[in-house]
Design a protein around this ligand. Structure first.
Ligand SMILES: [Zn+2]
Length: 229
């Protein structure tokens, strides 16, 4: 069957392509080591970065479109070598519309120590609802990384997981939300790292974490009624 593109597919190619500039802007990637993907809403189509292409050379037309099993439907280049990990997440977490992977340095330093990032900042309670959890060690080239991400994040508030000895994977309702989680994960990884240099960071009580998370997720930001004020 020949793949026929749609406006929604083309829009997702543009969004996924341009979000890679955010990885550069926030210092999350070195050379070609990070990638963003997105699910075309309401479909089983995944748009992902091609493997080994410099971020400066990325254009929407170079983005690779695959099905959930990773079969390439459109695009001249091979998909990111992390595509299988992304696909396992999309297969098993139907609510996920975007996945990001980076080796951002501070978060990956926690991965090298195989240590979750404890919830010691209100911004962490807001964004992650608690600690950023640690996922298992897994070798690339099978579905082990994807399974480790899904097993760790299923039922967890955090949209970010630190995979042991590897780096960060984040999920979101769309690719932009997953990129935001990757930026925020690196930010708190850095701050808690600095705190550790000076002493032992102080945990936040669970009841306060719960109320911060609830407020940020449900109340914070622009409310429809605020337009009338
Ligand atoms: Zn990696």
């Amino acid at each position: 069957m020949i793949f026929k593109t749609t406006p929604a597919v083309e829009e997702m190619k543009e969004r996924v392509c341009s979000l890679h500039t955010e990885l550069l802007r926030w210092g999350l990637v070195t050379w070609t080591s990070g990638n963003v993907s997105g699910r075309v809403p309401g479909t089983d189509l995944i748009v992902i970065k091609p493997s080994g292409v410099s971020y400066d050379d990325l254009t929407p037309d170079l983005m690779v479109v695959t099905d959930l099993e990773g079969k390439v439907l459109a695009g001249d280049l091979a998909p990111s070598s992390d595509a299988e990990s992304h696909n396992v997440v999309y297969q098993r977490m139907p609510e996920v519309g975007g996945v990001v992977h980076t080796h951002s340095p501070y978060a990956t330093a926690w991965a090298a120590r195989a240590e979750p990032i404890p919830c010691v900042l209100t911004a962490m309670a807001d964004e992650f609802g608690g600690e950023i959890p640690l996922g298992p060690f897994a070798l690339i080239g099978s579905d082990a990384i994807g399974k480790g991400i899904v097993d760790t994040l299923s039922g967890h508030r955090s949209p970010a997981v630190i995979m042991q000895n590897h780096g960060v994977f984040t999920i979101g309702k769309d690719p932009k939300a997953a990129v935001k989680a990757a930026v925020m994960a690196e930010d708190v990884a850095r701050t808690v790292h600095f705190a550790r240099q000076l002493g032992e960071p102080v945990p936040i009580a669970q009841e306060h974490i719960d109320s911060l998370y609830d407020r940020y997720q449900n109340v914070y930001g622009q409310q429809p009624s605020s337009k009338e004020q």
